[in-house]
Ligand binder design. Structure first.
Ligand code: ADP
Ligand code: XUL
Length: 539
């Protein structure tokens, strides 16, 4: 029986699993039981996107124990489906980036002595020093961002950590908790990201964050790959200890083993006690591993998930006032550049609900029957406060002369305007983060199923769009590849290039060719788009 590798993904809306065999082929027979959406679990712990739970209207959190319950549910369903846990030789995983978990004092001991007759959920009522985990959609920490940029300098912060200060980046969330509720921080034994939290459940003890996901905290020195002492002192605010050093262990490379699977999981589900756990990472870094980048120059990946992201590998960090630079999840010497948009699928979905009868078929019909370039009309749809460009929530519509409108003459034009506006933004901002000369785009994420949307993407960039037979879950699959990669590095006791382990895999791809006449329309629109963006961004 072939050995198996697992990739888990704890994303914004669901927890998912990918399984690959030793030839790195994906097993499909457990696909039906491999996704647990948070919505399907109900509100027992509170809503999965909780707004203002800490009294600040801009905060967005998820109840930490909802993730615990979702993980139990996934494992229980797999067990019922006779999943061969004993064949799994290594597990890795992915988590929505930036979100954080606060383990209360004494929890590590409890985590290492679990009763296999009970679920994690049944035993976790007192594990967390705050019940809500801040997540990437939060924008309540603006004041902290301003303060840190003043302290360090915005360009210096970008050069040091890969990004200027962003509200969702974890150090600002940590400082907010340390300032507003110092008791919570004092009671905290360890802080995890969503990724390292899930890995800690698997190992039965706290495990480190990896360098790639650690790059999304505004706290890790990209060069040293260690927490910056000054910033971590600042984050600790008025705590008795003057840094967070005893609450967040130093990060490790993404291919490193962080532990063996816990005895609890061996006994409860029948995992082999030799199963290795490879460091978990962020969903975007794992997607990069999943779509097989090492991309050649001129190729980028676009993930159309809850958030939209655009990313590609970089040989040298090129931090700027826009976007982010992370350490690469597949090459400890390399980097990746990324843009992130809060208004991705949920915003398109909201326009679908308002203007297309809540149906993707109708959305597609409208998209196909309206004119490329929308007769010069441009829309910015920020259902959530936006990151790229930084903007307050609100919808902004402009006619072909750049005159503000409260609504388009034909309201169904909103469908085209939301998609075109989002992709014009990708195109405009890619250049600024060093992703230039784009000839090919690999797409993944929930909306990559939608060919009409992908045609607009191809036309805006004037580039081929490639979808892959691997489906929309590249983060999960990327985590499984990383499990295989980490396992190989462990067995050979040295770093083996990622391509040597997974390079042979070719996903059949379907290609959408750009229509260059349509592309010319977008080329003409770009300067107008950029000018109007100046009007809607947060000053
Ligand atoms: P996550 O980033 O949380 O992992 P996914 O990548 O699974 O999310 O994407 C989920 C999103 O995919 C949903 O919010 C939905 O709006 C979008 N989606 C699903 N089907 C379609 C479709 N046919 N067209 C456009 N968007 C779609
Ligand atoms: C990346 C970001 C989101 C989350 C959730 O910076 O905030 O993409 O990782 O997917």
């Amino acid at each position: 029986m072939s050995a198996l590798y697992l990739g888990l993904d704890c994303s914004t809306q669901a927890i998912k699993l990918s399984v690959i065999d030793e030839h790195l082929s994906e097993l499909q027979e457990f696909a039906d039981v491999s996704t647990v959406t948070f919505e399907s679990l109900g509100d027992q712990d509170g809503p999965f996107l909780a707004r203002g739970a800490d009294g600040d209207s801009l905060s967005v959190t998820t109840p930490t124990r909802l993730w615990v319950r979702a993980f139990d549910t996934l494992l229980d369903r797999l067990k019922q489906a006779n999943f061969p846990f004993d064949r799994v030789v290594a597990v890795s995983g992915s988590g929505q980036q930036h979100g954080s978990v606060y383990w209360t004092k004494g929890s590590q001991e409890k985590l290492s002595a679990l009763d296999e007759r009970k679920t994690f959920y049944e035993q976790s009522h007192d594990w967390f020093s705050t019940p809500q985990s801040p997540i990437w959609m939060d924008s309540s920490t603006h004041a902290n961002c301003v303060e840190l940029e003043k302290l360090v300098g915005s360009q210096q912060l970008a050069a040091l950590t890969g990004s200027v200060a962003y509200e969702r980046f974890t150090v600002h969330q940590i400082r907010k908790i340390a300032q507003k509720t110092p008791k919570v921080m004092e009671n905290t034994e360890e802080i995890s990201l969503v990724s390292s939290f899930l890995a800690s459940l698997l190992c039965g003890r706290y495990v480190p964050i990896d360098w790639a996901d650690g790059s999304g905290m505004n706290m890790m020195s990209l060069r040293e790959k260690k927490w910056d002492v000054g910033i971590s002192q600042w984050a600790a605010a008025s705590l008795a200890q003057d840094t967070l050093a005893d609450k967040i262990r130093q990060p490790v490379a993404a291919h490193e083993r962080v532990g063996k699977i816990s005895e609890y999981l061996v006994r409860r589900y029948g995992f082999s006690s030799s199963c290795e756990v490879i460091a978990f990472s962020g969903d975007n870094p794992c997607s990069l591993a999943g779509v097989g980048l090492s991309l050649p120059e001129g190729e980028v990946a676009v993930s159309l998930g809850t958030s939209d992201t655009v990313f590609g590998p970089l040989l040298h960090p090129h931090p700027s006032e826009e976007g982010h630079v992370f350490v690469s999840p597949i090459d400890p010497e390399g980097y990746m550049a990324m843009l992130c948009y809060k208004n991705g699928s949920l915003t398109r979905q909201s326009i679908r609900d308002d203007y297309a009868d809540g149906s993707w078929e109708e959305f597609d019909r409208i998209l196909s029957s309206t004119t490329v370039g929308n007769n010069g009309q441009i829309g910015f749809y920020f259902k959530e406060a936006e990151i790229t460009p930084r903007s307050h929530p609100g919808y902004h519509r402009f006619d072909h002369e750049g005159k503000r409108l409260s609504e388009f003459t034909s309201p169904r034009d909103n469908v085209r305007a939301v998609v075109e506006g989002q992709f014009l933004s990708f195109w405009n901002h890619c250049e600024k983060i060093g992703l230039t000369g784009i000839k090919q785009i690999l797409v993944t994420g929930g909306a990559s199923r939608n060919t009409c949307i992908l045609e607009v993407l191809a036309n805006v960039f004037g580039a081929k769009v490639l979808t892959s037979s691997m489906g929309p879950n590249s983060a999960c699959l990327g985590a499984a590849y990383r499990a295989a990669h980490g396992y190989r590095c462990l067995k050979e006791e040295k770093f083996v290039p990622f391509e040597e382990v997974v390079g042979g895999i070719v996903h059949s791809r379907s290609v959408i060719e750009p229509n260059m006449e349509a592309h010319e329309v977008y080329q003409k629109m770009l300067s107008n788009y950029e000018r109007l963006e100046g009007q809607v961004r947060f000053q």
